[in-house]
Design a protein around this ligand. Structure first.
Ligand SMILES: Cc1ncc(COP(=O)(O)O)c(C=O)c1O
Length: 456
C-alpha cells in the first residue's frame, strides 16, 4: 500500500484560519507563532524548539519530505534537526509510512501484548551486547527515569552519579546540570524541582572517572551518555568509559548507558560497537520508534527480574510499546544493516572535514566535532571539547556586535534554506535521506555564512 497522503491533506493555503472570536490569521511563520503563543506556553511544546537563544520566530513546519522541511510559507529547508535524531530514514519515508498504515489498519492501541513489540524487542536484543531483556516506554525521559529506579531497586542504594552536560530527560532527579534545552535556556536546574529530589544526584565532570570517595558503595548507578550529544558532540576520551566500568564493578554500582541519541544512530547497534564497554543497563529512544513516540530501557536479565510484574520495582505505561510505534521502529531498524552505517559514517566524516575546512578558510574560529555519525560545531573552540565547562565557554562566544556566534551562523544558514537546531548544544543529524548534493548545498551555504563571521 502506498497511498498519497498529500492528496488527502488540505492544501497549505487552507490552513489560513479564523478563530472563534473572528481573529483572522495569515499563513505565515509569524502569524502561526503568534497564534501558538495564545494557547501553548512560549508557542512551543518543548523548549529546544524555541528561538530564545538565537532570536527570531520559529519556523512552523507544514510538511517534511526526505531531507527537507517545508514551512507554512512554502519555504524549503535542508533539515539537520531530523526531529532531534528521531528520524534517520528521512521525513515521510514511504516504507515507514506503509508500516504505520498497515499497523494502524488493525487498531492503534490495545492495552494488551502485541506481536510488534516482541519483534522489535528481539531485533534490539539481538543487536545490543548484554541487552537480554527490554521494556518499552513512550519517551526517553521515562526510559532514563525507569532505568535509574530499577538500578536503585536492584542495588538497594539511593545515590546516582550523572555528568554535567549529559541530558537524561526531564525527570526531577536527573534534570540537574543537563545539557540540551536546559543549557540553551540557561537553567542549571529547574524551578519546581524540590531539593529533596536531587539530594541523591551527584554531578561530576564528563570525561573524568569519579574518584573512589565519590563513586563508592553508596552509589546505585552511574548514568552517562557514552558519546555526549547534548552539550554539542563530546566524544569520550580513551579510558573514560573503561574506567567507569571498572570503578562501578569495584563498588557494585550499575553502569547505565543512556543511548537515546546514540543507539542505532552511531552504529548498527550502539556505542558498545565503538567503545567495547558493556553497561548493565541501556536507555534507547528516538530511532527505535521510527519517528513515533517510543523508547525503552534494557539490560541484564538478573537486574530485570526485579521489574514488575516479575519483581518489586514498579513501572508502567498505558501506551507503552504502542503498535504503530513498534511497527515504524521495526521497519526502520530492519533496513539499517552494517553497510548502511559504514556509508553514513563515511558521509558524515567527509562532511565534518569539509565544514572544518570551510571555517578555516573563512578565518572563523570553530571546531567541528565528529564521532561516528554524529557531529556538531563549537564556535570559539580551536580543538576538541572535553566537557560541559569547555562547551559552555564555546557556546558563549560572541561576534564583535555582541551576537552569539552560533546565533549569527544559524540565521545566515536559515536564510539560505538550511535548518540547524536553534541552540548551540545540539548535534547535527545527517541521515540516509541526505544526498551528496544536499550536503554540498549545506557546505556552500556554510561557506557564505562563515564569511566575515569572527569572534569579538
Ligand atoms: C540522551 C538523552 N536521554 C534522554 C532524553 C529524553 O528523551 P525524550 O525527549 O524522549 O523524553 C534525550 C532527549 O533528547 C536524550 O538526548
Amino acid at each position: 500500500m502506498t497511498g498519497n497522503s498529500d492528496n488527502q491533506l488540505p492544501p497549505i493555503s487552507a490552513l489560513k484560519n479564523t478563530l472563534a472570536d473572528n481573529t483572522t490569521y495569515k499563513n505565515t511563520n509569524i502569524a502561526w507563532f503568534d497564534r501558538a503563543k495564545h494557547v501553548i506556553p512560549g508557542g512551543v511544546d518543548s523548549p529546544v524548539r524555541s528561538f530564545n537563544s538565537v532570536g527570531g520566530t520559529p519556523v512552523t513546519v507544514a510538511k517534511g519530505q526526505g531531507a527537507y522541511l517545508f514551512d507554512v510559507e512554502g519555504n524549503r529547508y535542508v533539515d539537520l534537526i531530523q526531529s532531534y535524531g528521531a528520524i534517520i530514514m528521512g521525513h515521510a519515508d514511504p516504507d515507514t509510512l506503509d508500516a504505520i498504515r498497515n499497523a494502524m489498519s488493525r487498531g492503534t492501541t490495545f492495552g494488551a501484548p502485541t506481536t510488534g513489540e516482541v519483534l522489535l524487542a528481539e531485533e534490539i536484543c539481538s543487536r545490543v551486547p548484554g541487552c537480554n531483556l527490554i521494556r518499552f516506554v513512550s519517551s526517553g525521559t521515562e526510559a532514563a527515569m525507569s532505568a535509574v529506579r530499577l538500578a536503585r531497586g536492584y542495588t538497594g542504594r539511593s545515590r546516582v552519579i550523572k555528568f554535567a552536560g549529559c541530558y537524561h530527560g526531564h525527570s526531577d532527579g536527573l534534570l540537574a546540570a543537563g545539557g540540551s534545552g536546559i543549557a540553551t535556556i540557561g537553567l542549571p536546574d529547574s524551578a519546581g524541582v524540590p531539593p529533596s529530589s536531587v539530594n541523591d544526584t551527584i554531578i561530576c565532570p564528563y570525561n573524568q572517572v569519579p574518584p573512589p570517595d565519590i563513586l563508592d558503595e553508596n552509589i546505585a548507578c552511574v548514568i552517562v551518555e557514552p558519546i555526549a550529544a547534548n552539550m554539542g558532540v563530546v566524544p569520550p576520551v580513551p579510558g573514560f568509559l573503561e574506567g567507569l566500568r571498572k570503578a562501578c564493578n569495584s563498588v557494585g554500582a550499575l553502569l547505565i548507558f543512556d543511548e537515546v541519541i546514540t543507539g542505532f544512530r552511531i552504529a548498527y547497534s550502539n556505542a558498545t560497537a565503538l567503545c567495547e564497554v558493556t553497561p548493565d543497563l541501556y536507555c534507547f529512544g528516538k530511532i527505535i520508534g521510527g519517528g513515533l513516540p517510543l523508547a525503552a530501557f534494557g539490560g541484564r536479565s538478573d537486574i530485570f527480574s526485579m521489574l514488575a510484574p516479575e519483581g518489586p520495582v514498579y513501572q508502567a505505561g498505558t501506551l507503552s510499546g504502542n503498535p504503530l510505534a513498534t511497527a515504524a521502529g521495526l521497519s526502520v531498524l530492519r533496513r539499517l544493516n552494517r553497510d548502511a552505517y559504514s556509508r553514513l559514517q563515511a558521509k558524515v566524516k567527509q562532511f565534518a572535514t569539509e565544514l572544518q575546512s570551510c571555517f578555516v578558510a573563512a578565518g572563523t574560529k570553530a571546531w567541528v566535532s565528529q564521532y561516528g555519525t554524529l557531529c556538531s560545531i563549537f564556535f570559539g573552540a580551536g580543538s576538541e571539547v572535553h566537557n560541559y565547562e569547555e562547551s559552555r565557554i564555546a557556546a558563549s562566544t560572541v561576534t564583535s556586535d555582541g551576537t552569539g556566534m552560533y546565533a549569527a551562523f544559524f540565521h545566515r544558514m536559515l536564510k539560505q534554506g538550511v535548518m540547524l537546531a536553534p541552540g548551540p548544544y545540539e548535534a547535527m543529524f545527517i541521515g540516509m535521506a541526505h544526498s551528496d548534493s544536499d550536503l554540498e548545498y549545506i557546505l556552500n551555504a556554510a561557506k557564505k555564512a562563515s564569511s566575515g563571521l569572527c569572534a569579538a
